[in-house]
Design a protein around this ligand. Structure first.
Ligand SMILES: Nc1nc2c(ncn2[C@@H]2O[C@H](COP(=O)(O)OP(=O)(O)OP(=O)(O)O)[C@@H](O)[C@H]2O)c(=O)[nH]1
Ligand SMILES: [Mg+2]
Length: 253
């Protein structure tokens, strides 16, 4: 389960406070220290942890909490509230265009773009949309086949445009989709580093041509905190409107 290691540990820490009749400042401080360690060991950014713990400390140390009849319960509620606000309270969904909605998936090699392209298409299809997936990856041999096979397995339409360069493929695909019934076009791109200027320029050219309603940056959760630098690299070039984290299932931290 996602974050199961961390959530189990947090439950253990705050569970000790549950049902306690009285809590001293030291009890709360100790619990906060343990929470801080748990978050740091789960690779949460230090600045985020520091601010989070400071907020908790401020809210938990008040005399109305410590002197209440159920201080443990109140501390647990505060931790839960703060965690919820840290993780965000609103769900984000995809943007759609008035006409055909074009999505472009980008990211580092092996981050999960091709897999995610098909997953997204499946989600869109389940919502009643008519998606088609198209690979613009001319770099890795078999990349186009990989997307096609995954699409067939998921019963999703795919299209294989002619051409040699990604931009040619994109042009040919657009010409075809103009006449097709599909209303969501999902373009899978080749993996690239945000530091590779030539490949980033290529992505900008593809963007200018296909005019995506959303560029989805696919990040591997295992990248840890470097994911922030990667996201910044793509975002500052206008090449990331949203982010999908993959492989959350492969690391229980
Ligand atoms: N456990 C797990 N594996 C994943 C997930 N997403 C992708 N993978 C695996 O990660 C590997 C790379 O996935 P791809 O979808 O091919 O990644 P990509 O970004 O398209 O790779 P390139 O096109 O080579 O840059 C494959 O073995 C996938 O099965 C995920 O959410 N969880
Ligand atoms: Mg791929």
């Amino acid at each position: 389960m996602v974050f199961s290691g961390l959530s189990q540990r947090l439950q253990g820490i705050i569970g000790k406070l549950r049902g306690r009749g009285r809590l001293s400042e030291t009890d709360v401080k100790d619990a906060l220290k343990e929470i801080k360690l748990a978050l740091l060991e789960a690779d949460v950014n230090y600045k985020v942890v520091k601010e989070f713990i400071a907020n908790l400390q401020q809210r938990c140390m008040g005399s109305e909490i410590l002197n209440s009849l159920t201080p443990g319960q109140q501390v647990i509620k505060i931790v839960r509230d703060e965690l919820t606000s840290l993780l965000g309270t609103s769900a984000s969904s995809l943007n759609f265009a008035k006409g055909k909605s074009v999505f472009m998936l980008a990211g580092l090699q092996g981050s999960g773009k091709t897999t995610t392209t098909v997953k997204l298409a499946r989600m869109l299809k389940a919502k009643g949309k008519k998606p088609v997936v198209i690979s613009l990856d001319t770099y890795r041999p078999a990349a186009v086949d990989q997307l096609e096979i995954a699409a067939v397995n998921a019963q999703i339409d795919s299209y294989r445009p002619g051409g040699f360069k990604p931009i040619e493929l994109a042009k040919n695909a657009l010409a075809w989709t103009e006449k097709s019934e599909h209303d969501c076009l999902l373009f899978d791109t080749a993996g690239r580093m945000h530091l590779d200027e030539a490949l980033m320029e290529e992505l900008l050219q593809i963007k200018a041509l296909i005019q995506p309603v959303e560029i989805i940056l696919v990040l591997d959760a295992m990248t840890g905190q470097d994911a922030v630098n990667i996201a910044q690299g793509f975002a500052e070039r206008g090449l990331a409107d949203s982010v999908i984290l993959t492989k959350l299932d492969s690391d229980t931290r």
